[in-house]
Ligand binder design. Sequence first.
Ligand code: 5GP
Length: 197
Amino acid sequence: MKELRDAILKQGFGIGHDIVKVDMFLNHRLDIALLTNIGQAFQEAFAGQQVDMILTIEASGIAAAITTAQAFGNLPVIFAKKSKTTSTINRDVYEAKVFSFTHNTENYIRIAKSYLPANANVLIIDDFLANGEAAEGLAEIVRQAGANVVGIGVCIEKGFQAGGQKLRNEGYRVVSLATVTGIENGKLMLAEEKTDA
Ligand code: 5GP
């Protein structure tokens, strides 16, 4: 997606060799015009499929999840909540363990069972795809519910980390709107624009 690639090149930067910072439009300050077009791009990418709800993870996936839900005609958005501990008392939740790449911590993510019905067609949306932990955790929760993952849409895929390949090998349809291939002295390298997103 050209508009997103341009924003990454103009307003994003890298830290070290593996952290991408896009706080100017995606992770702190939100560029609503860009996010609206991101939602539209995900809707076009998954237009041929039945999508009943959008699933994401708090906090930074929520903005793109909302604009995607709007592009599909105001679908419900569910966001998984993060917690440091497992829920031993609450049996009304689905839960999965997720290792956070950016914070180097292990979290549990949780969704109330009542919001994720069996057989629902779920589109997973997130801001970044790195090692695929967040997406795998969300997909695991969809599996626990007996629902169906339609696909996984990420704004920015870090092509130099293994998540994208892993998820595709597992058979998920993964659509990324921009792919960062590397970081050189703080400068972000991007893959050529794909024709399918
Ligand atoms: P994964 O679970 O695929 O390893 O990492 C994806 C999650 O970690 C996303 O939800 C995103 O919030 C965060 N993340 C991973 N890498 C980066 C990064 O380079 N920059 C930012 N801002 N977030 C990242």
